[in-house]
Design a protein around this ligand. Structure first.
Ligand code: NAD
Ligand code: UDX
Length: 469
């Protein structure tokens, strides 16, 4: 197997950036160059005061140690490709917005453009690693493109190496992954390429956690893992509706069920709905794949996981309207949290967006506070979510506050949309003083002590609890 000394990563996003920064940190003998077409993003990665383009706990420490030593960020994609012996393709694969499979299939345009670029500029053999999440058999298309366009003496070996990090815990996930999955063709050359990549990870990952499988199994395992994780959340959220209708408590139910070692206790937290750039996209991708394979029952099964998530968000915003005496028109509602989960500034598919859109449609006045999300990002997300409404009109109904306390001032209700730790520690008595009465709190993340708040005077509604306010 080739001993890897130069790595190029195409795509300096949420995955390419942290993943390859950690490889550089753990493998000082390997030069790692992360390239991207987006100049602003690359500039941010290179910023002298480490104002990185993404917020991720522990990331700046990793970049501080490796940048300029054996970790580089650049917009010179061609140079990065030419010099590398191993290339990660870590570009975005969003859900297609138009054309065949719109709304379900993954848009593979960026993967294909990156692949064609590799074929076009390479002057020596490369191991090309599919890091992006892609539909099953994409590696085969990549191989066809590379082989059809390669120069003599250029060999391309394709590997699939999906990434399992979660945002907010990316660095600890990368330092100690449950497993690293590498898919390759089961030929001698394919197995050699697999061993080369395994050699990189084995600098810090125990070899029994590095799994080698076939290419297609590797690609499908990534979609399967996300589908099964999201399915757990939709299952627990479906049960939360039953809890609210019966007086059972979803925390107690999840605890009791999760105690069964076959079920396990992780990832059973009821919520206002899952968000993030992966779960919905990857399940829709699986649905599309199932349909293309003429497996409509399988497609319907997985589609329901996404439908339950939509239902959960709608159910939550309807609960707010119903509880506030069936109208929120002209009422001020504080939304605490805009990111799709705590410890990230990422807002892709965040449940908060859907809630605010629903409140806006009811003509409520919304104050948003999030400790990490940039204001411009909030405005961009709301403009996209609320069509045919110019931003200046949205701004008549929606404001962004500088603190949780400020957001809650004069509000009729507080909605907790993201589980930021600081929301647990707010001075709720002070919040209560500043609010209109009756003052309501809707906990979409199961983070507050409802009894304590009730003692202050709040009327509290929590996901998955049937008690009266
Ligand atoms: P992202 O949008 O943050 O980053 C992708 C980057 O690729 C962008 O900066 C874009 O400018 C760049 N890019 C696109 N085409 C390019 C090209 N031809 N040449 C150079 N640069 C190009 O996306 P992300 O969140 O990092 O996700 C990347 C992939 O990883 C996706 O397939 C996603 O499904 C998968 N994934 C994401 C996560 C996650 O938590 N975000 C986790 C696991 C897997
Ligand atoms: C997910 C997968 O966990 C990760 O392995 C994969 O590589 C990318 O997709 P991510 O989307 O970054 O990671 O975060 P995750 O922690 O999985 O949370 C996704 C959403 O589910 C968030 O909105 C989160 O709040 C929600 N969630 C998670 C719940 O509602 N309940 C839970 O018990 C867990």
């Amino acid at each position: 197997p080739v001993k890897v000394t130069k790595i190029c990563c195409i795509g300096a996003g949420y995955v390419g950036g942290p993943t390859c920064a950690v490889i550089a940190l753990k493998c000082p003998h390997i030069t790692v160059t992360i390239v991207d077409l987006n100049q602003a993003r690359v500039d941010a990665w290179n910023s002298p005061d480490f104002k990185l383009p993404i917020y991720e706990p522990g990331l700046d420490d990793v970049v501080r140690q490796a940048r300029g030593r054996n970790l580089f960020f650049s917009t010179d994609v061609d140079k990065g490709i030419k010099e590398a012996d191993l290339i990660f393709v870590s570009v975005n694969t969003p859900t297609k917005k138009s054309g065949v499979g719109a709304g379900f299939a993954a848009d593979l345009n960026y993967v294909e453009l990156a692949t064609r670029r590799i074929a076009h500029v390479s002057e020596s053999s490369k191991i090309v690693v599919e890091k992006s999440t892609v539909p099953c058999r994409t590696a085969e298309s990549m191989r066809t493109i590379l082989e059809a366009n390669s120069k003599p003496n250029c060999r391309f070996d394709i590997l699939s190496n999906p990434e399992f990090l979660a945002e907010g815990t990316a660095i600890s996930d990368l330092f100690g992954p449950d497993r690293v999955l590498i898919g390759s063709l089961q030929t001698p050359e394919g197995k050699d390429a697999c061993a080369s990549l395994a050699g990189v990870y084995s600098n810090w990952v125990p070899t029994n956690r590095i799994l080698s499988v076939g290419l297609w199994s590797s690609e499908l395992s990534k979609l399967a893992a996300n589908a099964m994780l999201a399915q757990r959340i939709s299952s627990v959220n479906a049960l939360s509706a039953i809890c609210e209708a019966t007086g059972a408590n979803i925390d107690e139910v999840a605890h009791a069920v999760g105690y069964d070692s076959r079920v396990g206790n992780k990832f059973l937290r009821a919520s206002v709905g899952f968000g993030g750039s992966c779960f919905q996209k990857d399940i829709l991708n699986l649905v599309y794949l199932s349909e293309s394979l003429h497996l409509p029952e399988v497609a319907a099964y997985w589609r329901q996981v996404v439908e339950m998530n939509e239902y959960q968000k709608k159910r939550f915003s309807k609960n707010v309207v119903d509880t506030l005496f069936n109208t929120i028109t002209g009422k001020r509602i504080a939304v605490l949290g805009f990111a799709f989960k705590a410890d990230t500034g990422d807002t892709r598919e965040s449940a908060a967006i859907t809630l605010i859109k629903d409140f806006q449609a009811e003509r409520a006045l919304v104050n948003i506070y999030d400790p990490q999300v940039e204001h411009n990002q909030i405005w961009a997300d709301l403009t996209e979510a609320i069509p045919n409404t110019p931003l200046e009109n949205i701004k008549k109904q929606v404001t962004i506050s500088a603190s949780a306390l400020e957001a809650c001032k004069g509000a009729e209700a507080v909605v907790i949309a993201t589980e930021w730790k600081e929301f647990r520690d707010i001075d709720w008595a002070l919040v209560y003083e500043g609010m209109n009465k009756p003052a309501f709190v809707f906990d979409g993340r199961l983070i507050i002590d409802a009894e304590k708040l009730r003692k202050i005077g709040f009327k509290v509604k929590t996901i998955g609890r049937g008690e009266r306010v």
